[in-house]
Design a binder for this molecule. Structure first.
Ligand code: PLP
Length: 362
């Protein structure tokens, strides 16, 4: 077989696609760093340090594994309707919010269409755009990392189909203003408001869904409910768009373990929201402590993470030194964030070790 014959068969736009910069698994971190698993502090994935609900763990252990999941998602949509206050017809469940992002591309985007990405932001949107053969038009957020709707609107062309607004934004931590979301909805294009960190921010655009068929809200069970490993998230949207999404999704997209865990977690929402409060308090303590370390400026955040700013050429050095001590945080390749990294909020003892390490390094 000629050396490039497989490449000749692969869809041309996928041969050299910009891949998603995903986090290494803990075992890989152990292998790369030579530090044992119990000494690793993993603060690079915005995961929940308290794990899932004990009721979810029990439910997963008991679920029959030999029956396919419910393609109509009846129980999950009902439970999520009670949790969110939206109607069941407004809700679609996915294998993580990530799958819903992919489904949004499948539903709305043809090769050659354009999406607007408000940088800096979550990398999945541009990754999925690459898979769909769409063009990404990057619109820079302002100096406070807010979206300027005038700038966004001026980037719209004949090929623009949809735009992403992340609130709170990952990695900058700030919530989008409702008037800006409304201004973007006026364009009539699809506006996806990604509220993966909703429970930490307690602010949502969900009330706008009723009057705006072009609004899709994304949520996840990964962060507040500690189910990142099971992959389950949901979208809130008009019944019309929800029906289309239900029709094009893989029939059994959410596995039975994820379904059982979601249902049990919603039963145990008070316990999980208690953990959210602990994380919010810890975020504020961590903000105070890091503000006291010279050379680092943490940005205020409504998520379960802090974006930290460093002097010129310092971020990568500190990132590497932390990694050599077994503390893993998230750094970025983009020019705008080259002097920053993002730290997830862990347990208090993890914050203490992190801050000690930062003091030594700085
Ligand atoms: C803004 C944002 N949206 C979506 C996701 C993905 O969520 P899920 O784990 O449900 O796929 C993340 C995960 O980090 C995120 O930060």
């Amino acid at each position: 077989m000629a050396e490039d014959s497989i490449e000749n068969l692969i869809r041309p736009h996928l041969v050299r696609v910009d891949t998603y910069d995903a986090m290494d698994a803990p075992e890989t971190l152990v292998e790369k760093s030579g530090i044992s698993l119990e000494n690793i502090i993993k603060l690079n994935g915005n995961e929940n340090p308290y794990g899932g609900s004990p009721l979810a763990v029990k439910a997963v252990a008991e679920v029959p594994l030999h029956i396919y999941p419910d393609p109509r998602q009846i129980k999950m949509r009902k439970s999520l309707s009670e949790y969110t206050g939206m109607r069941e017809e407004n809700i679609v469940v996915g294998a993580g919010a990530d799958e819903l992002i992919d489904l949004i591309f499948r539903l709305f985007i043809s090769p050659g269409d354009t999406i607007l990405d408000c940088e800096p932001t979550f990398g999945m949107y541009s990754f999925c755009a690459g898979l769909a053969g769409a063009d990404v038009h990057y619109v820079q957020r302002d100096t406070e990392f807010q979206i300027d709707p005038v700038t966004v609107k001026s980037a719209i062309t004949d090929t623009t189909k949809l735009m992403f607004v992340t609130s709170p934004n990952n990695p900058t931590g700030n919530v989008a203003r409702e008037e800006d979301i409304l201004a973007l909805l006026e364009t009539g294009l699809i506006v996806v408001v990604d509220e993966a960190y909703f429970e930490f921010a307690k602010s949502s655009a969900q009330d706008l869904v009723e009057d705006h068929e072009n609004l899709i809200i994304l949520r996840t069970m990964s962060k507040w409910a500690g189910l990142a490993g099971l992959r389950v998230g949901y979208g809130i949207m008009s019944p019309k768009v929800a029906n289309y999404m239900m029709e094009i999704k893989p029939p059994y997209n959410v596995n039975v373990a994820a379904e059982a865990a979601l249902l049990a977690s919603l039963q145990d929402a008070n316990y999980l929201l208690g953990n959210v409060e602990k994380i919010i308090n810890e975020r504020e303590r961590m903000m105070q402590l890091i503000s006291g370390v010279s050379g680092i400026t943490p940005w205020p955040s409504d998520g379960n993470y802090l974006l930290c700013e460093f002097g010129e050429n310092e971020a990568l050095r500190v990132f590497k030194e932390l990694a050599s001590k077994g503390i893993f945080v998230r750094n970025f390749k983009s020019d705008r964030l080259k002097n920053f990294f993002r730290i997830a909020v862990g347990k208090p003892e993890e914050t203490d070790l992190l801050v000690d390490a930062l003091k030594q390094i700085m």
